[in-house]
Write a protein that binds this ligand. Structure first.
Ligand code: NG1
Ligand code: MG
Length: 564
């Protein structure tokens, strides 16, 4: 699969954009950026790193539970021109000047520092008496302000992994990172659910690898791993969808990305139809709102996984967690459930065991998801995952600690010590129901796309069924996972009225974009209708209007352009 391949480094834009005319069109942007770089820094860039945003067609908020998702890269991207800074005498290892073409993003300079590693600090905190015995490991650190949304945080985040993977603190001064100059520009709208943040982090990670001559040392898979870890430095405990989509995408296909038991990307052909993105124009500020939105959902799903496994009596069957120091996810609980299912000696176990691994493994997953969803309903009726079958209130902290079967101290250590969340009630039933049902919809969506390439499929029926799954996904995001907002609910309903087969929010939600599946011959009338009917678009014209609603084509993944 694509993850083992090297990161592409092109010396001509014709290699990067083989489709007729695209290299010439894109070339203008690359040249202007290089010229502006020279004007600002007095020397030419040596590389331009490029990373696209993505649109997720279906599978929302399930990547951090390790379930498969279905994104494609979009054509809008981030470019970072970069070069090592020529020596000026006052050499500071690894110092960075970062500027942005957009004047509202002010120029920044920063220098990484070596400090005692987090692991060492944790040991010291826990075992003060033993502190002197702890290994005083050092790590590179770059100050990131997690209380504000700042553009340079994403550049700094990209630097982290490069420093800590390639520059051992114990190495001599001669193998320190070089000082670097960076100039950023981008076309992925910020806070729109199209992953401008991941595109920034991937492009920044690539820039620092390039200026330090480390590109040959990373495969695409390793780059995904580094970019995922890097982005967490900004303060959102995200899954790996955005970075993987930005890096692994190939033109004209969607990706079925799975994360369990390891990262895997399957290229899936899409049926003949168009995906149209429409921006709700509500900015989704995930960093500042993380405590009550994104990070709270991450915690709720992990706590739900614990309580579900305890109540279903399958806790001992959970495989060792995939992620060190993180509690098991709902996907790992499903593995335990599948293990019990296949050894149960019942009729359903026989049916289940007839399905071999490999091609049929998604069939097994589907069956188990359907079955665990029924058990989740039973637990709801027994008031185990919620206060009562009809009560919307959720469970208090005291109630979840008690249901987890852990001591309060242990519970805090495992579920809360690494993240900052705020909640009076935790919605475990709703979150579990969304995660498992959304995971099932992704598998159904994948299957429909695969079937659409077979000659006996009725194309219109396939598109209608895909649209139904997208609508059901939106409904679940809005009512069950509660990650939509009034504007997105209105926008998706206008998109359906405009003739879309289906429409849903894409990305984290709480604002940002919708994505709609539209028949090729109806795209223009669809776009005109939405432009006219969605109130926040009133008064927007020309380019501004075209930037908020546009058809997308699955584009190519990240690369580095080497200037000669
Ligand atoms: P966006 O909206 O692109 O930031 C976020 C997460 C994803 C995924 C989606 C919801 C980040 C970097 N990415 O995407 O991992 O969980 O929400 O499906 O936070
Ligand atoms: Mg993001």
């Amino acid at each position: 699969m694509a993850a083992e391949l090297p990161v592409p480094v092109y010396t001509s834009l014709d290699q990067a954009f083989p489709e007729f005319g695209v290299a010439v069109h894109e070339g203008g942007r690359y040249n202007e950026l290089a010229q502006e770089f020279e004007r600002r820094y007095g020397h030419l860039p040596t590389y331009i790193a490029r990373a696209p945003g993505r649109v997720n067609l279906i599978g929302e908020h399930i990547d951090y539970c390790l379930f498969g998702v279905f994104p494609t890269a979009i054509e809008q991207d981030i470019l970072i021109a970069c070069a090592p800074r020529p020596s000026s005498g006052d050499y500071e290892p690894g110092s960075v000047n970062a500027q942005n073409l957009y004047p509202k993003y002010t120029p920044q300079s920063f220098t990484p520092m070596l400090r005692t590693s987090q692991a060492t600090r944790d040991i010291q905190k826990k075992e003060e008496a033993e502190a002197d015995k702890a290994v005083h490991a050092e790590e590179w650190h770059v100050d990131i302000d997690k209380t504000q949304l700042r553009w340079e945080s994403y550049v700094k985040a990209g630097y982290y992994g490069v420093l800590n993977n390639f520059f051992p603190p114990s190495a001599s001064n001669s193998s320190r990172p070089v000082p670097a100059d960076l100039l950023v520009t981008g076309r992925v709208p910020a806070g729109s659910g199209l992953s401008s943040s991941a595109a920034m982090v991937v492009a920044s990670t690539l820039s620092f690898l390039a200026v330090n001559c480390k590109l040959d040392d990373v495969s695409k898979g390793k780059l995904v791993e580094m970019a995922v870890e890097n982005e967490k430095r900004v303060g959102v405990n995200s899954g790996g969808m955005d970075q993987a989509a930005s890096i692994l995408s190939i033109p004209n296909s969607a990706l079925y990305l799975s994360f369990y038991p390891k990262l895997d990307a399957e290229l899936i052909p899409l049926p003949r139809a168009v995906f149209v993105c429409a921006n709700s124009l509500v900015v989704s500020d995930k960093v500042v709102g993380a405590k009550i939105h994104y990070n709270l959902r991450v915690v709720e799903t992990l706590v739900a996984a614990r309580i579900l496994s305890v109540k279903l009596g399958i806790n001992d069957l959970i495989p060792p967690p995939l992620r060190p120091n993180k509690p098991p996810t709902l996907r790992e609980v499903l593995s335990a459930y599948m293990a019990r299912e296949s050894s149960a000696g019942s009729e359903s176990a026989d049916k289940f065991n007839e399905l071999k691994d490999g091609a049929a493994s998604t069939e097994k997953l589907k069956l188990s998801l359907e079955s665990i969803l029924q058990d989740v309903e039973v637990l709801r009726r027994e008031n185990i995952l919620s206060q009562s079958a009809t009560d919307e209130t959720g469970l208090t902290m005291e109630e979840i600690v008690s249901a987890s079967g852990m001591s309060e101290a242990e519970f805090h250590e495992v579920y809360l010590s690494w993240v900052d969340v705020e909640a009076t009630y935790f919605q475990l039933y709703k979150r579990t129901k969304h995660i498992y049902s959304e995971a099932l919809r992704v598998l159904q969506f994948r299957e429909l796309c695969l079937s659409s390439s077979s000659s006996n499929a009725n194309a219109e029926d396939v598109l209608k069924s895909l649209g139904d799954l997208m609508n059901a996904s939106h409904e679940s995001c809005s009512q069950v996972y509660q990650c939509s907002c009034d504007e997105l609910d209105l926008l998706t309903s206008i998109c359906r009225d405009a003739g879309a087969y289906g429409s849903r929010l894409t990305g984290a939600g709480w604002g940002g974009c919708s994505v709609s599946l539209v028949s090729e011959d109806r795209v223009d009338s669809f776009i005109s209708y939405v432009k006219e009917k969605y109130p926040p678009y009133k008064g927007l014209e020309g380019e501004k209007l075209n930037d908020v609603i546009f058809a997308t084509r699955p584009g190519s993944g990240a690369f580095v352009y080497k200037l000669e």
